[in-house]
Design a protein around this ligand. Structure first.
Ligand code: GRF
Length: 204
């Protein structure tokens, strides 16, 4: 009998969900260019047809999809069923939310339990929600940062996978602080996705 060939462990198929510029998406695409990275970016999907990151993804040769929230109006469930269908069509294993500005229902979140990640521009559990940099400055914290976590039904909660800190400096404005945080976001998101794709970080 011929010796069984050793096939390399399949890379996880990842969908990155965006609503805007997609700089974290780019960081993930760049990391996945390395053949030894345990995940490939198989799809970039957006709920907004005008998301700048869609063009960037197309230029990188990645399949894109638009699930336009306007098509579904207030019907959250119909929107999520359409999104789910796209993810299934592309045989997606893991979902990375990267500036995806739409709350997901407990039904959708439960279906992706332990397989959906989010990046948040603050050191959770501090500063959930929007305008994190302005709020961090107003609170006078000396350390701020970013968090990658598994997505749970409650917004900006769920088991933390990785965090990175940055100092808050005298004279910082929300924009200067945001830029410092974004630089570490681009480092930790690919690292966190690697941990999950390799089964080294789990939601429970
Ligand atoms: C990032 O700051 C991310 O932490 C937050 O939304 C922003 C998205 O930026 N969730 P980009 O689209 O990845 O450039």
């Amino acid at each position: 009998m011929p010796k069984e060939s050793i096939t390399p462990r399949a890379r996880k198929r990842v969908a990155v969900l965006i609503s805007g510029r997609g700089s974290n998406m780019v960081a993930l695409i760049e990391a996945a260019k390395d053949a030894s990275y345990p995940a490939e970016i198989a799809l970039v999907a957006s709920n907004r047809p005008d998301a700048a990151g869609l063009a960037t993804a197309r230029q990188a040769g990645i399949a894109t999809a638009i699930v336009d929230r306007m098509t579904y109006g207030k019907d959250r469930e119909a929107f999520e069923r359409a999104l789910q269908a796209v993810l299934e069509d592309h045989r997606i294993d893991l979902v990375c939310l990267a500036g995806f500005m739409r709350l997901l229902t407990p039904w959708f979140v439960a279906g992706w339990h332990g397989r959906m990640l989010n990046i948040h521009p603050a050191l959770l559990p501090a500063f959930k929600g929007l305008h994190t940099h302005a709020r961090a400055l107003a609170a006078g914290v000396k350390t701020h940062g970013a968090t990658v976590h598994f997505v749970a039904a409650e917004m900006d909660s769920g088991p933390i996978i990785l965090q990175a800190e940055v100092p808050v400096l005298a004279g910082d404005r929300p924009e200067t602080l945001a830029a410092r945080v974004l630089a570490v976001e681009h480092k930790i998101y690919p690292q966190a996705l690697r941990l999950v794709a390799e089964g080294r970080a789990r939601a429970d």
